[in-house]
Design a protein around this ligand. Structure first.
Ligand code: HEC
Ligand code: HEC
Ligand code: HEC
Ligand code: HEC
Length: 348
């Protein structure tokens, strides 16, 4: 080997080593790191939080101001307005306060005209108004019927929308990358680093089977040398893809819910895993009974590449936090969003 080649190889090694060190420093969390213990000592069920990312998440979780509540006096909305189907039992004052609030939560820049033909507020011509009416019912249903998941913290339009008409975290059925037909087709949806599964090469669509359809999320055998477990490696990988989503949507590790010595065993899991179990059922319910049923209402530019309606996953509400908005709630100030509004007794 000539001196020249040896010199260049040496330089290459030094440069390569330096680049690797820089990559490693950037890739790992640097101290300080906060930890929170979620399980028994010695089980490794700890969450590591980086105070810098936490500060950014807190800043992104600021709630907008709330208008003061108004009394249920005066004429009912159903007696004054022409086309109210969900909120008719409110007083006109309460109704108007809610209209102003949903404008702040969903369309603060666009204003009333995002949902209304302002020449005739009763007109249902804009699709956004039809969607919003169904969204009002959806929020009442979440808060009234899914307390096993949302407790009394509940949700408002702001939990998902955060001041924009289309929530930042939505998903569609995924056609996958373009590929040749025949043998080359059989890649089972994986080996294509996808954002939905935290840039891993797990199957890229963990949502359609588990958060739209009700595919079983059980892969581990309960006995040694199992005979009756029909789940295969493909099912296991898809399950892990979903679990990557759960972790990332909540900004937590697997051990927030599981003890890694037995992922399946509920008695070794945290109470949060039970909440998550209800969450999976709630998301399926919302996608099928609300979002998919609005399919024909959405214009073509709001539909996915396969023509399906936009859908919800864990990130739509959680947005990287173990409880949406760090558990802050404005629901107490909006009894009309805690369940269906009873019709006005009689026009006063
Ligand atoms: C995000 C969509 C949305 C925005 C923004 C919005 N509204 Fe509405 N509005 C609705 C829906 C949905 C209804 C029907 C409610 C029902 O069926 O009970 C409605 C009904 C009304 C009605 C009753 C009309 C009638 O005669 O039937 C009035 C008045 C009204 N809104 C006023 C306003 C005002 C004022 C603003 C702006 C401050 C506003 N709305 C912003 C969705 C919206
Ligand atoms: C659980 C999450 C969630 C909550 C809570 C929620 N929404 Fe939505 N909303 C969605 C999703 C998902 C879409 C579909 C996004 C799209 O339109 O492309 C949507 C769409 C909409 C749209 C249509 C926007 C557009 O430009 O296409 C309106 C209007 C709307 N929501 C109003 C509301 C109102 C009003 C509330 C509260 C009563 C509310 N939403 C609560 C998830 C939510
Ligand atoms: C927010 C809570 C939560 C987090 C975080 C979470 N899981 Fe899960 N996991 C669940 C729930 C709930 C189920 C059961 C789902 C069901 O039955 O519908 C489950 C099921 C599983 C199963 C199937 C167990 C069986 O019975 O076959 C495996 C394996 C698993 N999780 C692994 C993981 C891994 C690996 C991670 C981290 C990448 C993770 N989980 C993160 C809640 C969680
Ligand atoms: C409609 C909004 C919404 C969606 C969608 C949603 N969550 Fe939640 N989740 C909440 C709210 C609100 C809370 C807080 C409840 C409380 O205060 O106890 C919560 C709490 C939780 C908790 C308990 C956290 C703790 O520290 O006690 C877990 C775990 C959780 N969610 C997991 C999930 C998973 C997994 C999914 C997706 C399958 C999901 N959530 C989807 C609204 C949502």
């Amino acid at each position: 080997m000539t001196w020249g080649i040896r010199f260049s190889l040496g330089t290459l090694a030094v440069v390569g080593g330096t680049l690797l060190t820089i990559a490693m420093i950037n890739g790992f969390e640097h101290p300080p790191v906060q930890t929170a213990q979620g399980g028994y000592r010695g089980t490794g069920m700890d969450e590591n939080y980086n105070p810098r990312t936490l500060a950014a998440l807190h800043a992104a979780s600021k709630l907008p101001g709330v208008l003061p509540q108004l009394p249920a006096t005066g004429p009912a909305a159903s007696a004054v307005y022409k086309n109210v189907h969900v909120l008719g039992g409110l007083s006109v004052g309460q109704f108007t306060r809610l209209m102003a609030s949903i404008t702040t939560w969903v369309a603060p820049k666009q204003g009333c005209a995002y949902c209304h033909n302002t020449k005739n507020m009763a007109d249902d011509g804009l699709y956004t108004k039809i969607v919003a009416r169904r969204m009002l019912q959806m929020v009442q249903h979440i808060n009234g019927d899914w307390k096993q998941h949302v407790a009394t913290t509940g949700v408002t339009c702001y939990t998902c929308h955060r001041g924009q008409p289309v929530p930042s975290q939505i998903w569609f059925n995924e056609p996958g990358p373009e590929h040749a037909h025949g043998m080359a087709e059989a890649f089972f949806g994986k080996n294509q680093a996808a954002g939905s599964v935290n840039d891993s090469s797990l199957p890229y669509d963990p949502f359609t089977p588990y958060l739209e359809h009700s595919t079983n999320i059980r892969v581990q055998s309960t006995t040694a040398l199992p005979a009756g477990n029909p789940q295969n490696i493909k099912d296991t990988e898809a399950t892990y893809g979903l679990m990557m989503h759960l972790s990332r949507a909540l900004g937590v590790n697997c051990t927030f819910c599981h003890s890694s010595r037995d992922f399946s065993d509920w008695s070794q899991s945290t109470p949060q895993r039970v909440t998550a179990w209800y969450g999976i059922r709630m998301v399926r319910d919302l996608n099928n009974d609300y979002l998919n049923k609005l399919h024909d209402v959405f214009p073509a530019n709001r539909l996915g590449p396969l023509g399906d309606a936009p859908k919800i996953n864990c990130a739509t509400c959680h947005q990287g936090v173990y409880k949406p908005l760090f558990g802050a709630s404005q629901l107490a100030g909006f009894p009309e969003l805690q369940g269906p509004v009873p019709p006005a007794a009689a026009a006063q």
